[in-house]
Design a protein around this ligand. Structure first.
Ligand SMILES: [Cu+2]
Length: 139
């Protein structure tokens, strides 16, 4: 291969990977899919007025015992004025975001846990004082 061709090939390859990375970031923004990395739950003092938003956890049920590390999630979301989706925290660590009212929490370690859902605005940075909590156990 001539050096010029090789350089062109390498440039294309770099461009290709950069575009792939950008596409992945867009997927994250569009979410629906639970995120891979864990984020800490912001203090409840940072919650903004609900303005009509609310969330009610339907599954898991209080003190439900679940076999395995996949926890079926179901909730009722009322978006109100600003709500767009919910942030799901297990023991204070974000496990995912959900737009639809059904999903799965993956990779939950065995033990007793607390799930908290918080209604969030579309740009993700604002969580509303519209939350629900339930404790459950996985084994
Ligand atoms: Cu979000």
């Amino acid at each position: 291969m001539k050096p010029i061709l090789l350089a062109a090939f390498v440039a294309l390859w770099i461009l290709g990977s950069a575009m792939q990375a950008a596409a992945q970031q867009n997927n994250m923004k569009g979410m629906e899919m639970p995120m891979k990395q864990t984020e800490k739950m912001p203090a409840s003092s940072t919650l903004q007025p609900a303005e009509g938003a609310s969330v009610k956890i339907i599954s898991p049920k209080k003190d439900q015992v679940i076999a395995g590390d996949k926890v079926p999630l179901e909730f009722k979301l009322t978006k109100g004025k600003r709500g767009a989706h919910v942030h799901a925290y297990v023991d204070g660590q974000m496990m995912g975001m959900f737009e639809s009212e059904k999903g799965t929490l993956n990779g939950v370690k065995p033990g007793k846990h607390t799930l908290e859902l918080r209604v969030a605005t579309a740009e993700h940075n604002t969580e509303l004082n519209a939350t629900d909590k339930v404790s459950f156990t996985t084994k």
